[in-house]
Design a protein around this ligand. Sequence first.
Ligand code: ADP
Length: 207
Amino acid sequence: MFSIGLTGGIGSGKTTVADMFAALGVPVIDTDLIAHQITAPGGVAMPLIESTFGPQYVAPDGSLDRAKMRTRVFSDNAAKAQLESITHPLIRAESERQRHEAQGAYHIVVVPLLIEAGERASKVERILVVDCPVETQIERVMQRNGFTRDQVLAIIARQATREARLAAADDVVLNDCAATLDTLQREVNALHMRYVTMASQGSKPRT
Ligand code: ADP
């Protein structure tokens, strides 16, 4: 099992890069998607969330009331830790299950907060960082989500710094404002070749 942990700040281009690997046939495990699934209607995290936080955090369809929970944990660190103690083990277990099922030479695990959670927690062989300047992040997220500049800055402030991410990276894809989808695709193709080679040579896990 050769795992590449893909990470980057909000708006760096993680999803764009992950989709390019997926189009090459590489299994992509998306921890954000898993987090959504376990808190969707009937999701495995919902009974414990309801008994811990109360029914007011459950939307009428049985899913997590994300807006309400976001407001709660934004100002309450203990609640944030409590929510994470419910969701993180479930996300990890589902991610592990998908990793064991993944076919092919290697797979990608998209972990937006990989650096924040501690690199070792994700048990990946290599860390691939999608990097871009903060100004590019701001522009992309304002456009994609319709957020204000201050809203994007508040999210960025709670994430690892660009420097911290780069310090942890084994590989970096630069996706700044000069990068086109074509140049990005070429970088992804080159990395794909390297990862296939590394996986076949049985590269050692990070220590
Ligand atoms: P993340 O998953 O890291 O938050 P996305 O992959 O969703 O970031 O990218 C953020 C936004 O910027 C998306 O709307 C995406 O289409 C756009 N984008 C990312 N990289 C590029 C690029 N190289 N050229 C043009 N648009 C891009």
